[in-house]
Design a protein around this ligand. Structure first.
Ligand SMILES: Cc1ncc(COP(=O)(O)O)c(C=O)c1O
Length: 427
């Protein structure tokens, strides 16, 4: 089409560009090896666009049945006998599955426990105490200023209660912790380093193997927050020589609201760590009911009280899907989705002043893309009322979470078009 009217020329370009994007979304969906998985989630058949699986993953259809069966057959039917028959073993059985399927951990090193915050607190404090016991000069916890609030807050508390000190890493909020930044911060006073593998705000994917090596070369232990990587980005906890890691199960593992977190502790470190919430479930012989606390050997010592059985049910279904698909295929789809989102944003949103506040290099990016614009808070509210569900993080960041098993390329395009409309309306 040729025209001398600049307004019409602009419209024509946008129209043909949009057609290309539609064609690309269709082609990408058709070629997607994981496309059949989307239908295994409740709501995928509706027109709702879900960009928040990095906060709360969709509900797997299989979990609907599992939860109902649990209620009637196990809780309703077996009552207290359920503990002996299976529930007592669940934290370890599901932990081993998470280890095998999602985080590269051999059996006996992963357990499902408390909420992420509580488990992180227990593990960071245990790691800190173990290092200080061996070398009292090591009093510092290294943490970055852009880490998730709970991570920053709990180390403030640990430093206060244990007489430690925080060493803050300043990071660019559109990127994350680099090797150079960590190298400059660690030394003979470092006890523990606490970092997120994927930054909650920008989606920056840290080089966990290199950063772990830097912490170890400085004589420190490292605790990894895997909340935004477990089930989305491959992790090799054993191969990368992790000490301790904690991660959420309600994001890419679709465990449901408030499902409990998992903790990994390297086999050789487990019996050196003593966690602070000394409950009966962490003892060597739970029903001995002895006069004082004797921690179990192995991962049981990181439990405190009765395992949250109901909260552990649903994650098993997504773990089974990830095991079937393979985490490498999940990551490949995740990269394809975020690459497509970046391309669509450049085409449809950049003209309205929206910038990408996530790494452009896919090898340094996790499962979400953050789009930045001063109006994003209002844009988010507008989108939610139109059944397009991303979330908002200051400053001016709209997070587009793209769960590889349940998000399609067509859904991504539809949602980003809605973002463009909302930004235009708010702009
Ligand atoms: C990176 C990260 N760490 C920690 C947490 C805290 O988890 P919880 O609220 O389950 O304690 C979250 C929650 O979203 C998170 O995203």
């Amino acid at each position: 089409m040729t025209t001398t009217d600049p307004a019409r020329a602009d419209t024509a370009d946008v129209a043909s560009g949009a057609d290309v994007l539609d064609g690309d979304a269709l082609a990408l969906d058709a070629a997607d090896a994981l496309r059949a998985y989307r239908d295994l989630f409740v709501g995928a058949e509706t027109s709702l666009v879900y960009f928040d699986g990095n906060s709360l993953g969709r509900l797997p259809r299989a979990s609907v049945d599992r939860l109902a069966r649990f209620a009637t057959d196990e809780w309703g039917g077996r009552l207290i006998r359920g503990w002996d028959e299976s529930w007592m073993r669940l934290p370890f059985a599901i932990g081993d599955t998470i280890g095998r399927v999602a985080i590269g951990a051999a059996a006996g090193q992963t357990v499902v426990g408390d909420s992420t915050t509580v488990l992180l607190y227990k593990m960071v404090r245990a790691a800190f105490d173990a290092v200080v016991a061996a070398d009292p000069a090591r009093v510092e916890i290294v943490v970055d200023r852009d880490n998730f609030p709970t991570d920053r807050y709990l180390v403030e508390g640990i430093a206060r209660e244990r007489g430690g000190r925080l060493r803050w890493l300043d990071v660019d909020v559109t990127t994350g912790v680099t090797a150079e930044a960590l190298q400059a911060a660690v030394g003979p006073e470092t006890a523990v380093v606490l970092l997120s593998h994927v930054a909650y705000r920008s989606g920056y994917l840290a080089d966990a193997a290199s950063l772990t090596r830097i912490a170890h070369d400085a004589g420190a232990l490292i605790v990894w927050d895997l909340c935004h990587s477990a089930g989305s980005v491959p992790v090799e906890a054993d191969a990368w020589a992790f000490d301790v890691a904690v991660g959420c199960t309600y994001k890419y593992l679709n465990g449901g609201p408030g499902s409990p977190a998992f903790a990994y502790v390297a086999a050789g470190l487990q019996d050196r760590l003593a966690q602070p919430i000394q409950g009966w479930m962490g003892t060597a012989d739970v029903f001995a009911m002895g006069p004082s606390y004797v921690p179990a050997t192995g991962m049981r010592r990181f439990l405190s009280g009765t395992p949250p059985v109901v909260g552990m049910l649903a994650m098993q279904d997504t773990l089974a899907l990830i095991e079937e698909a393979g985490i490498a295929a999940v990551r490949a789809k995740s990269v394809a989705l975020t690459e497509f989102a970046v391309r669509v944003s450049d085409a449809l949103l950049a003209p309205h002043g929206v910038t990408i506040a996530s790494p452009r290099d896919p090898s340094r990016r996790g499962g979400h893309v953050t789009l930045s614009h001063p109006a994003m808070r209002a844009v988010t509210a507008r989108l939610w009322s139109a059944d397009v569900i991303p979330d908002y993080r200051d400053p001016g960041g709209l997070r587009i979470g793209l769960s590889p098993l349940s998000t399609s390329f067509a859904e991504t395009l539809t949602g980003l078009r809605a973002v463009a409309d909302a930004v235009r309306a708010e702009g």
